[in-house]
Design a protein around this ligand. Structure first.
Ligand code: ADP
Ligand code: RBF
Ligand code: MG
Length: 177
């Protein structure tokens, strides 16, 4: 009969998705992603440290909101960017939306719904860019197709908590006569 010794480690948890993460947008390495049309909002070290230990590096997609305003589709890279061989782990999201200006310092709320692929090193920068465009297209199609994902877009996680004062003003109903 198989017995479990007291010292046995619990089995590795399966990757828990969807994953809810919030953080602050910080400066990245400034490699000119913006010039390539693929800016990535980099999250702060606290947000990276908050990732569960079984959350593997790789390319993911889901939904994101800046300061809990509109929710947009997003693709995200987590890890060491092997194409560049970074020393520091990064977590960076490209939101599939045109923003009128930068939002450094803003709060970024992210729900990761699915894994796309492992991070890779490419033979050229053009090949990396082409792969990211394919990621964006694939993510966009999957997010539209899957009711489970569409539902997550409505999550209270993306909504700002209203204060009592705001509730008082927005919910005010004229007294009936
Ligand atoms: P950095 O190396 O500082 O991250 P990037 O070239 O990756 O520079 O640009 C990222 C910045 O661009 C973000 O922090 C954000 O302020 C801005 N930005 C504008 N549009 C987007 C977008 N669609 N997705 C992500 N970031 C965007
Ligand atoms: N970097 C890599 O080194 N390898 C990758 O496979 C890779 N895939 C990415 C996929 C997406 C959707 C995004 C948004 C970024 C990816 N990156 C990858 C990160 C890219 O190298 C990074 O955004 C720039 O180096 C700027 O930090
Ligand atoms: Mg960036």
């Amino acid at each position: 009969m198989a017995t479990t010794p007291d010292t046995a480690k619990p089995p590795t948890k399966p990757l828990s998705l969807p994953l809810y993460v919030r953080g602050t947008v910080v400066k990245g390495l400034g490699r000119g992603n913006k010039d390539l049309g693929i800016p990535t909002a980099n999250l702060d070290d606290g947000a990276i440290a908050s990732l569960p230990s079984d959350f593997d590096n790789g390319i993911y997609y889901g939904w994101a909101s800046v300061d809990r305003t509109d929710v947009h589709k997003m693709v995200m890279s987590v890890g060491y960017n092997p194409h560049y061989g970074n020393r520091k782990k990064s977590m960076e999201a490209h939101l599939i939306h045109e923003f009128p200006e930068d939002f450094y310092g803003s709060e970024l709320s992210i729900v990761v719904v699915d894994f796309l692929r492992d991070e890779k090193s490419f033979p050229s920068l053009e090949a990396l860019i082409a792969a990211i465009h394919a990621d964006i297209n694939g993510a966009s199609i999957n997010l539209d197709r899957n009711d489970k994902y569409l539902k997550i877009k409505q999550s209270p996680f993306f909504q700002r908590e209203t204060t009592k004062e705001e509730e008082g003003t927005t919910d005010a109903v004229p007294a009936s006569t």
